[in-house]
Design a protein around this ligand. Structure first.
Ligand SMILES: Cc1cc2nc3c(=O)[nH]c(=O)nc-3n(C[C@H](O)[C@H](O)[C@H](O)COP(=O)(O)OP(=O)(O)OC[C@H]3O[C@@H](n4cnc5c(N)ncnc54)[C@H](O)[C@@H]3O)c2cc1C
Length: 303
């Protein structure tokens, strides 16, 4: 990115921009090359300006929540990486119409859930332990234990590529397994969730149980991007990868977890290319042995 572009971005974002930043610090996998420009976007006005700039210049951009479903390639990300924070990561608390809670897209799910517990708002506990932000959970239709984000969503606010803010009710939106169907380049700005009344103790207890279940089944002691592949209909990617004899298989610092074969963990110093090699291997072996073509759940981005 040339000095002219850097200057424009610095002015536009009042210096809340950093150049050539290693993405390993912004993803839970802790791998990935540098981002040309890491832009910290703190309100809708700045977001609108950035999207207009990107459109006019043809500059690519990527929104990153907590980077917990991302594998950034080793040569990094060209263009802009947008991190939503400030006013775009606020919690608005209990709504007036029923038990609604609204949160800015940049808010970590953990903060949302802690507030729900404090206020005695139930229904979102299944998200406990998913290390994403609100926007990432909506974008990925994150789910666990038979429930997904779309089930508890009331409405979302999205900024279109032309900077228009659109508010849409759940019934008008299309979700499927780990997918939210929105026009490419749209940025989720805020989400409102429908909760149910419960005591803080009940909500806390349910969250605790879900967190416990994760500890038992997932390799949380290592950096990872969560489940690498989507579960194929009627089966589990982990079971298929384990069946192909790949548990514990290592390339560089990346290992197919012994605890859960659909997790590739970074045991230290892994490169994105190590993870990609393991993904290729798992996909090829499972295809050869079962005929099932596993589809990645993690988003592979960058160059
Ligand atoms: C240990 C571990 C356990 C996990 N367990 C689960 C689980 O049980 N269930 C599950 O579903 N997932 C799980 N995940 C994966 C991940 O946490 C979820 O997909 C999460 O919702 C991603 O949120 P994020 O904010 O980190 O998104 P990111 O990884 O930052 O981004 C993911 C995608 O969403 C897009 N995106 C993010 N924010 C926005 C926005 N505001 N507007 C538009 N697009 C956006 C990004 O561009 C990218 O394409 C797990 C991950 C880990 C590391």
């Amino acid at each position: 990115m040339d000095e002219g572009e850097r200057k424009i971005l610095r002015e536009m974002l009042e210096n809340k921009v950093a150049f050539d930043q290693p993405m390993e610090q912004w993803t839970t996998f802790q791998v990935g090359g540098k981002a040309d420009a890491l832009c910290f976007v703190e309100d809708e006005f700045s977001l609108g300006k950035l999207l207009a700039y990107a459109k006019a210049k043809g500059t690519p951009y990527l929104v990153v929540g907590r980077g917990s479903n991302l594998l950034v390639k080793d040569q990094g990300v060209r263009g802009l990486v947008l991190i939503l924070r400030g006013r775009l990561a606020l919690l608005e608390g209990r709504g007036t119409e029923g038990d609604l809670v609204s949160a800015g897209a940049g808010l970590p799910l953990a903060n949302l859930l802690n507030e729900c517990r404090r206020q005695g708002l139930g229904g979102l506990e299944f998200l406990a332990g998913i290390p994403g932000a609100v926007g990432g959970a909506v974008a990925m239709n994150a789910g666990a234990w038979g429930k997904e984000t779309a089930d508890v969503l009331d409405e979302v606010e999205i900024m279109s590529t032309s900077g228009e803010l659109i508010r849409a009710k759940r019934a008008t939106l299309r979700f499927s397994y780990r997918t939210f169907c929105v026009p490419e380049g749209s940025v989720i700005v805020k989400a409102t969730f429908q909760c149910t009344r419960a005591s803080a103790q009940e909500v806390g207890e349910r969250m605790r149980r879900y967190l416990e279940m994760r500890k038992v089944s997932q390799p949380l002691e290592h950096a990872s991007g969560g489940s690498v592949f989507k579960n194929p209909p009627g089966d589990f990617a982990g079971r298929l990868i384990e069946g192909a004899g790949l548990k514990g298989f290592r390339v560089g610092g990346a290992v197919i977890s012994d605890k859960h074969a659909n997790f590739i963990v970074n045991t230290g110093g892994a490169k994105a290319c190590d993870v990609l090699t393991l993904m290729e291997l798992a996909r090829k072996r499972v295809k050869e042995e079962t005929g099932i073509d596993l589809q990645p759940e993690i988003k592979v981005v960058g160059t």
